[in-house]
Design a protein. Sequence first.
Lengths: 109, 166
Amino acid sequence: MISEVLTPEPFFMLATLLFSIGLIGLISRRNLFVVYMSIELMLSSVNLVLVVFSRLRGDMGGSVMVLLMIAVIAAEAALFLAMIIQLVRSRRSVDSDDFAQLRQTKEQL
Amino acid sequence: MLENSIFVILALFLTGGSLMMLWSKQSILSAFGFLIAMLAMAGVFALLENSFLFLAQIMVSVGAVVVLSLMVIITVNMKDEDLPDEPKKLRWILFSAILVAPFSFLMYRALTHMHQSFGVSQEGYGTLKSMGGELFSHWVLPFEIASVLLLAAMVAAIVIARKEPN
């Protein structure tokens, strides 16, 4: 059986790695699409942790939570992509530095 | 041993896909890396004996989310010179990796604090039947809230993305 061979630590390491890659992408890239996919990647790594815990405890509750999370991810994707379309239409750019209207300027400080 | 090698292959695809997503300048290449990562994630779910989540991941995350992102990227159709110019990308990525490293170490230690190994899975774990039983007995309210959330997101996406009338 699968269960006697595998240990949970590699799965946790994989989830941590994916979350870190997502966080790095969120911090360091400026392309809006990459930012969006980084957020999705972080959400997916949380899903992975939930599934591993569900498998560890033999409890289907974690898997059901992942199913609901997948629905939330789909909703988030639709909203984010609609927002990107709106931003591109207004400024013809996918650079996140171009959308800084909410930032305080020096005069306002 | 077979499971371990399958896990290593899937982990390589996951990491490689997400690094490709992180590194590519072209948005479309990023989306393909993300596609690879999501497919490999579905494989990991299957390895954890969650057959229904495997299907849901393939159908929703790959079939809907990634394909929608690809369609939006193709529709937006950014030329090379319109893409954000990131001359110091490597330096930024290394700097943020140093920033993130202690946090990920902490997260890994917290996750592996319970030293346990997988037990033998019970009869019916991960099947559609047990999933449905759990979903419609203990998780009915979150399920309904998720449906309202999807409806709200659909309406909001249409409102945000449509052209102004004038």
